[in-house]
Ligand binder design. Structure first.
Ligand code: CAA
Length: 381
């Protein structure tokens, strides 16, 4: 059965996110991004609206509205301020994986704080200076302490919310080489030995926080292990399957905003005696952008629905993330083109959309990784 209607709950989450995005996120988005101002207060307000745990069970403080509702919210938020949206996406992802792989105590210790805003954010510390795409080659180590706890040494790179998160999920090598020797750990903020590096100066999404983290003989208790020893790589992969839907949805939001800006401008600006919108060259750009965004939306919704039904969705998530983020980049590029010289200066918003969108084909698994995941699944069949 194919039903394109949204449920009442999905509509409610979508509307809540849309209202908040328009009234609270959008007005200061450009200025925050320009200044690199972290949106702490806004994130707390969003937690109050249930947007930090959209797919988290109610008994842990979440909204329990499902994965489709989550991606709908990410599309709305992404259209206004992607710095805030990526922070929201990573926090939702961290809350979800703690729920999925944590013990009751671990969940109770962190998830209610993540979804209520008591923690400003959650962080996902997988990438290292020497490995991003090839995550299974990570070099951070975790060795057993005499008291049964753990001692971590190593450096993580490009960690979203690394300086502001209340809890980090961090991956480290506990066994041999490759994916089979990796474990996941819960690292609360301010753990002695956790050193936060300087903030990265990024091309876009500058109001999000991106830092390196160094673990210098960082001591963790025995119950910091998330899931089983040496089985942590799978946790990262499962989390990323879901995270990719969030990033793809956010990219659609950025693309939607860029397309709308291009439409508005094309109706107002005149060249050669008529509106830009009356030139076929411009019309085709708008038509291609709308078509690609719609296709992306359908791919994201299908993958989200599969996840919600607890069915395999890895390939579909990678297809959706690949297509949505690349389409959104094309849409933003066309929107700049429609604006001409005004698209290249910060007087109009498309310059920010273009910069903000660029990273979406890189983080949460680069396009090349999505193609690798898709091709492997085709060839394994
Ligand atoms: N679900 C469950 N298990 C999975 C899985 C999935 N989607 N993908 C792989 N696995 C399991 C495999 O079954 C295998 O398990 P066994 O050893 O038990 O057989 C194990 O994981 C290893 O799998 P692979 O052999 O496929 O591993 P690989 O080394 O070839 O790597 C990869 C696979 C897909 C390339 C992976 O390294 C990858 O996703 N890389 C990209 C990393 C990434 O996305 N980083 C993003 C960082 S977070 C971020 O960006 C957040 C932010 O700031 C916004």
């Amino acid at each position: 059965m194919i039903d394109f209607e949204l449920s009442e709950t999905q509509k409610l989450i979508q509307q809540t996110a849309r209202d908040f995005a328009r009234s609270e996120l959008l007005p200061g988005a450009s200025e925050r991004e320009r200044k690199g101002e972290f949106p702490a207060e806004l994130l707390q307000k969003m937690a109050g609206l249930g947007l930090m745990g959209v797919n988290v069970p109610e008994r842990f403080g979440g909204t329990e509205a499902g994965v489709v509702a989550y991606v709908l919210a990410m599309m709305e938020l992404g259209a206004a301020c992607s710095s805030t949206t990526v922070t929201t996406g990573v926090t939702n992802m961290v809350a979800e994986i703690i729920c999925k792989f944590g013990t009751e105590e671990q969940i109770r210790a962190h998830v209610p704080k993540l979804v209520s805003g008591e923690y400003l954010a959650g962080a996902f510390a997988l990438t290292e200076p020497g490995c991003g795409s090839d995550a299974a080659s990570l070099a951070t180590t975790a060795r057993r302490a005499p008291d049964g706890g753990w001692i971590l040494d190593g450096t993580k790179q490009f960690i979203t919310s690394g300086a502001v998160a209340g809890v980090h999920v961090a991956w480290a090598r506990t066994g041999g080489p490759g994916a089979k020797g990796i474990s996941a750990f819960l690292v609360p903020a301010a753990t002695p030995g956790l050193i936060v590096g300087r903030e990265e100066r990024k091309m876009g999404q500058r109001a999000s926080n991106t830092v390196s983290l160094t673990f210098d003989g960082m001591k963790l208790p025995p119950d910091a292990l998330l899931g089983e020893e040496n089985r942590g790589f799978r946790i990262a992969m499962v989390a990323l399957d879901g995270g990719r839907l969030g990033v793809g949805a956010m990219a659609i939001g950025i693309g939607n905003a860029a397309l709308q800006a291009a439409i508005d401008y094309a109706k107002e600006r005149k060249t050669f005696g008529q509106r830009l919108a009356d030139h076929q060259a411009i019309q085709w750009m708008l038509a291609d952008s709308a078509t690609e965004l719609d296709a992306a939306r359908l791919l994201i919704l299908r993958a989200a629905r599969l996840k919600e039904l607890d069915r395999p969705f890895t390939r579909e998530a990678s297809m959706a993330k690949l297509f949505a983020t690349e389409a959104a980049n094309r849409v933003c590029s066309r929107a700049v083109q429609v604006h001409g010289g005004y698209g290249y200066v910060d007087e109009y918003p498309v310059e920010r959309f273009y910069r903000d969108c660029r990273v979406t084909t890189i983080y949460e698994g680069a396009s090349e990784i999505q193609r690798m995941v898709i091709a492997r699944s085709l060839l394994e069949e």
